[in-house]
Design a protein around this ligand. Sequence first.
Ligand code: PLP
Length: 475
Amino acid sequence: MAKTPAAARDAAALAPFPTRRSWAEPWKVKVVEPLRMTTRKAREKANIDAGFNTFLLRSADVYIDLLTDSGTSAMSDGQWAGMMLGDEAYAGSRNFYNLEATIQKYYGYTYVVPTHQGRGAENLISQILVKPGMYVPGNMYFTTTRLHQELAGGTFVDVIVKEAHDPAADLPFKGNVDLDAFAALIRKVGAKKIPYITIGATVNMAGGQPISMANIKAVHALAKTHGIKVILDATRAVENAWFIQQREPGYARKSVATILREFCGYSDGCTMSGKKDALVNIGGWLAVNDRDVYEEASNLVVVYEGLHTYGGMAGRDMEAMARGIVESVQDDHMRARIGQVQYLGQKLIDWGVPIVRPVGGHAVYLDAKAFYPQLTQDQFPAQTLAAELYEDSGVRAMERGVVSAGRDAKTGKHRYPKLELVRLTIPRRVYTQAHMDVTAESVLAVWQQRARVRGLTMVYEPKYLRFFQARFERL
Ligand SMILES: *Cc1c(COP(=O)(O)O)cnc(C)c1O
């Protein structure tokens, strides 16, 4: 229809305004937690006291806490109401049965063993399936997952696609398994020495990158012909399902919940940290379809976690997690959750700050090697960048580089990962767009001061998962 003069005039008057319609979070705030702003001087001291390790800062000294999205989500009023319905019976709590039914419905596995958090489930499955001398392939390592595999006598083998190691490779599914690498490993060591392949979805250490439905389907088919199980690290599988909906042909009209169910169908079980997708502060589970594995797990869980109907969780925590799962698979929720991460990432991209592309599901990853080309990995560029960011604004981030990678179990030498990253992890439903703006502006300030930065030296190194407690000094 041709425009009337009046309509044309209205359109011209609106021209400076955006033509797209914004969306906002599908919730409003009911309770607030005050934040404390600190001075630069106070943060300089806090940095020294914490040995330049953001894990050792006190949260009272932090302004915007982007250390992790683990256990830091805001629960809904429905979840809090569920907490009052906690059935704290030692055995057979009704909250367990609700949780079990919810996992069966949305994730689709037959048997559920609750654990205190994700690593509890990783311990169980590793103890049951990994024997000394075995190999466990996976689409990039995760810290606790690999450690449990190693403690059980196994060797982790990375079979993620090469592009996952390139922060600039802008591809839709950088979390995919390199099927040739997986097949080559089977040929090399023999299928009998590979109890299962771990599939991370999304891949935390690659920047929250998703794996496609087509890829997990192919992995499952290949594994099955060799009698190898597929164990999903389902910690962020709902976020992965959202990316499949957005990016994979044929899924645009399917709900996140439908996609999740199909996705899990290409695995034989999962380990899960409820502290991420499931919107709770603590909790996790192991789920499997194999009756024998279940029986061993429900026996072992008594040793490490608690009875098989609570596994280290209070009844109220199981109820909150069951309700959190239902909320987590809502399309509206995922759009807002990942939309906020994309918002922060896009700002930094627009300003020319080097970050991992494309932006992942739970975090924006700064490319510390690109910030500080003057530093070698022995001077801990990502650890340095996290400390600089904290000092600038009180924003707390996390190192994901040589410190997190740890030492090689055999040679005792540093593992030098290709990626040297700082993770700005966004808790779910906690911060506003204004907090994202403040964060982006602080990152920009640190980027602009990058040339004057010298690195760090490690002065204390714990034996296991050193990134949590290592201490550093400025060079
Ligand atoms: C957090 C996490 C885990 C471990 O879970 P916890 O609850 O912290 O023990 C395992 N895998 C991935 C991908 C994670 O993000």
